[in-house]
Design a protein around this ligand. Structure first.
Ligand SMILES: NC(=O)c1ccc[n+]([C@@H]2O[C@H](COP(=O)([O-])OP(=O)(O)OC[C@H]3O[C@@H](n4cnc5c(N)ncnc54)[C@H](O)[C@@H]3O)[C@@H](O)[C@H]2O)c1
Length: 453
């Protein structure tokens, strides 16, 4: 009782903490929120896997004191109804976006549609009075990017881009070490990301396989990595030169089907994936396939696949840092290797997220290695909390939904961050097409190295 009392007294005296605090009455096993403000009214467009999960059911389970869903919209009339059931909400559902915005007038619009359509909903959403939470990538080409920059300026509304990768504790630790000068001035970065034959292959099954939907993995996937680089390096990218090729998936096989469920090569294809075992995915996609023909388990060998599966780029930054980056989408394990080279040392990490070597024990921490010039390597262990993306998803959601949550490590991302990360991918894709380096400053009105949009 004494402990409970002191904790209560402490919390009520701290306004910032008050907004986001929960009191646990241990005797009753109940959790009581101290937040008494009005709930914000949220609408969502794009009620697929990410929308219904991370931004739907999970939000209602953890942030119900702050959030009320007032409308859901998806172009697939069956999926929006499935979403309503999955999320357990009773708000109205729509297949027409403007109708929803006019009818429910949300405070905030969550945009979780296919990447290439984000700009449409971000821009219209702001014009119709809402602040925006957009999934990454913010958008997929430079023209759409400019539309978002202009609309935010014109409407005075705010866009938050949900870069959950920034919130993983070991990445936050890297940020702290780099800012504290642990390796002196950063001069170059080696950054190599590996998607495995399971997760990597999945991009080639879904809408992501076409540039027109996801802007290629240069944008859809690498926007996460480029955002991390921009944040860690604490500067703006100025120029990109890149190569890319499609040499594993798509046309690179002797046989192919249309989707795994209907395939005649089930027995011999190493990439056969039995979606029927996944109840949630069957309900979201297979049961609603009749409305849009979308195949969640499309064949990875389809000949229309037009994205790259191996990519390499050189990126130059306004502060002189040079980056060597690569992305491979058919690796035997998933993870990444990174090294920051500095004037006084080197900070590196090898994070392997799947297929560990035989006998490897689950460690419960990520490891960084810091080596000062002329010094011995120092291993730094960063515990991995529970939850999606190494605990990062929860921290991101706390920041978004709990009023007053601080941002000491500058992890919250807006339009400028959203733009500069996807612009590196857009520049890389343009460079692959033209064979020439691309200047980031030529793509939109954002001038790298200058802090204003
Ligand atoms: N941050 C992360 O780690 C992460 C992880 C997964 C997905 N995402 C992002 O979330 C977004 C959604 O991805 P997903 O995996 O849920 O895909 P999904 O295919 O499951 O869902 C997309 C939904 O948008 C709907 N849609 C598409 N175009 C539309 C339009 N014009 N109007 C209305 N609805 C439309 C589709 O019908 C579908 O229901 C993407 O932008 C993706 O990049 C981010």
């Amino acid at each position: 009782m004494e402990n409970n009392f002191s904790r209560r007294k402490f919390i009520t005296s701290t306004a910032t903490v008050l907004a986001g605090s929960m009191l646990m009455n241990e005797a009753l096993g109940e959790t009581t929120s101290l937040f008494k403000g009005p709930k914000k009214r949220y609408a969502m467009v794009g009620t697929g896997h990410r929308g219904t999960g991370m931004w739907g059911k999970d939000i209602l389970a953890e942030y119900a004191d702050y959030v009320e869903f007032v409308g859901l919209c998806d172009k697939n009339k069956g999926r929006v109804e499935t979403a309503k059931k999955m999320m357990g909400v009773s708000c109205p559902s729509f297949t027409n976006f403007e109708e929803m915005m006019k009818a429910v007038k949300p405070d905030v619009l969550i945009v979780t549609t296919v990447d290439a359509t984000h700009n449409e909903f971000i821009v219209k959403g702001m014009e119709m009075g809402a602040d925006i939470i957009s999934e990454k990538p913010m958008t997929t080409d430079e023209t759409k990017c400019q539309q978002i920059i202009d609309a935010e300026k014109k409407t005075g509304k705010k866009v938050t881009v949900t870069f959950n990768y920034r919130y993983s504790p070991h990445r936050a630790k890297m940020y702290e070490l780099l800012r504290s000068g642990a390796i002196g001035k950063i001069t170059s970065v080696d950054f190599h990301w590996y998607l495995d034959v399971h997760h990597g292959a999945d991009y080639f099954r879904r809408w992501h396989r076409l540039r027109e939907n996801g802007g290629s993995l240069w944008v859809h996937k690498a926007t996460h990595h480029f955002d991390l680089l921009n944040w860690w390096i604490d500067s703006d990218p100025t120029e990109v030169f890149a190569y890319g090729a499609l040499e594993h998936y798509g046309k690179n096989n002797s046989f192919r089907g249309v989707s795994c469920r209907t395939c005649e090569y089930k027995d011999k294809c190493k990439f056969y994936w039995d979606m029927t075992k996944q109840k949630r995915l069957m309900e979201l996609y297979a049961d609603n396939q009749q409305y849009d023909g979308y195949l969640r388990d499309g064949c990875v060998w389809r000949e229309d696949i037009d994205i790259f599966d191996k990519m390499a780029a050189s990126i130059k930054y306004a502060n002189g840092v040079q980056v060597s980056y690569s992305l491979t989408a058919y690796s035997p394990y998933e993870g990444y290797r990174i090294a920051f080279n500095g004037t006084e040392g080197r900070l590196e990490a090898w994070i392997q997220e799947s297929n560990p070597p035989a006998g490897d024990v689950k460690k419960g921490y990520d490891e960084l290695m810091l080596t000062k010039n002329f010094g011995k390597p120092e291993l730094i262990k960063v515990p991995i909390p529970q939850g999606g993306h190494g605990g990062g998803d929860k921290l991101l959601k706390d920041k978004i939904f709990i009023p007053g949550t601080g941002d000491a490590l500058r992890q919250s991302a807006g339009v400028r961050d959203g733009a500069l990360s996807c612009l590196i991918g857009i520049a890389a894709r343009n460079s692959c097409d033209s064979g020439k380096p691309v200047k980031i400053g030529d793509l939109t009105t954002i001038k790298p190295g200058v802090q204003k949009v």
